[in-house]
Design a binder for this molecule. Sequence first.
Ligand code: IMP
Length: 442
Amino acid sequence: MPHVVILGTQWGDEGKGKIVDALAAEARFRAVVRYQGGNNAGHTVVVGGQTYTFHLLPSGMLYPDRTCVLGNGVVIDPQVLSSELAALEARVGTEHARLFISDKAHLIMPWHILRDCIAGGAIGTTCRGIGPAYSDYIERRGIRWADALDQEAFANRVAEEAAWNQRLVEALLDHHRVPSERRADLDPDHALSADRIIASYRTWVQQITGNRLVESGDASALLDHLQGRGEDILFEGAQGTLLDIAHGTYPYVTSSHPTLGGVYVGTGFRPRHLQVVGVAKAYTTRVGGGPFPTELADELGLHLREAGHEYGATTGRPRRCGWLDLPMLKYACRVSGLDSLALTKLDVLTGIPRLCLAVAYQTGQAMTDTFAVHSDVLQRARVVYEELDGWSEDISAASTFADLPRAAQAYVQRIESFVGRPLSMISIGPQRDQMIVCGPSG
Ligand code: IMP
């Protein structure tokens, strides 16, 4: 059986957590692996009426006999990891998966969060320090999980970096003309005190490594070993294709690679026999700045936000909502070579009399169904829509494709025919069992 990658085809928040949770239930998957991003993610899993939101932990953590992995491509905030583990144990005890942390994963440090809060405004970042942590990694001055395990080396690295970041943060505060009240709130002198950082990071790292279900080491070797034993691995992408630093709507992107390429770089492992599943919400949402051609800045957009509970799982920010963009899905399909799609939140469209699907873009006289990922082109282009009938029947209890009203079937089939990939799953509500499994051939 193939390994499986679950990744987002839009601007994140597609409902990947639920799809990962559904697949992780299959006994063949021994490991669930995050390969990029950090606690900017918010993956929600609903089990038996209980809602679990994972930011940094992989969504397979609820399965006690699995190993969840944070690959080298993930950026780790130890405070968040320690409290997420403690919160999980407060609810399920030790009945959760093992956690394996790549010793090559980079740490999010307080200066990353400060720099993000000062400079991330134009992009509308989550202020979790993600961009600056990846930036230091590329600049070859990052601090890795392995460094945090060596107390002396860690203290030396923190002292060096804290001093450098004091100056950098001062310069950023001046450059961005941050008012004095806000400077007082950010309190860089306190936040960047090396002694304080060393002590608090030591505590969090000890809390994490002291957990008998947590291990650190070479995640690439672990995955290779599992593959060698014939075990299957589930890779969990965070964010989405259009937020990819290389392939997204740059500069309105995150700083990692949610697309398929991220799996290889973010784990150091070549999965053989890989199936790539792209998760698409039945409409489109976006948080933060940047172009969004199918955005509905009207009553219907507000309706989608309320009906779909479209508020950020990480920051609580209201999400911008709009029609489904088929050229965008086709683009995601090309960039990551998707084998199939999983459609989520189809139930949210119930009751909307006419539905629109973006099928092309027009710039001047030129018409194309290729998604023009450049932000300036997207901002200028006119979207061409196809209109379909909506449905009013409650679909939240459907268990097969045939249970769906004809109009909902037509909506789904139009997506498949445009993108040229089968739909393998259709989610029709937040609960684990509210899912139509169509099989790999649709
Ligand atoms: P950052 O990842 O915090 O640097 O934020 C960069 C952009 O990506 C911002 O527009 C964020 O709103 C967006 N973003 C980051 N993570 C997620 C996510 O998990 N879902 C949706 N948007 C995200």
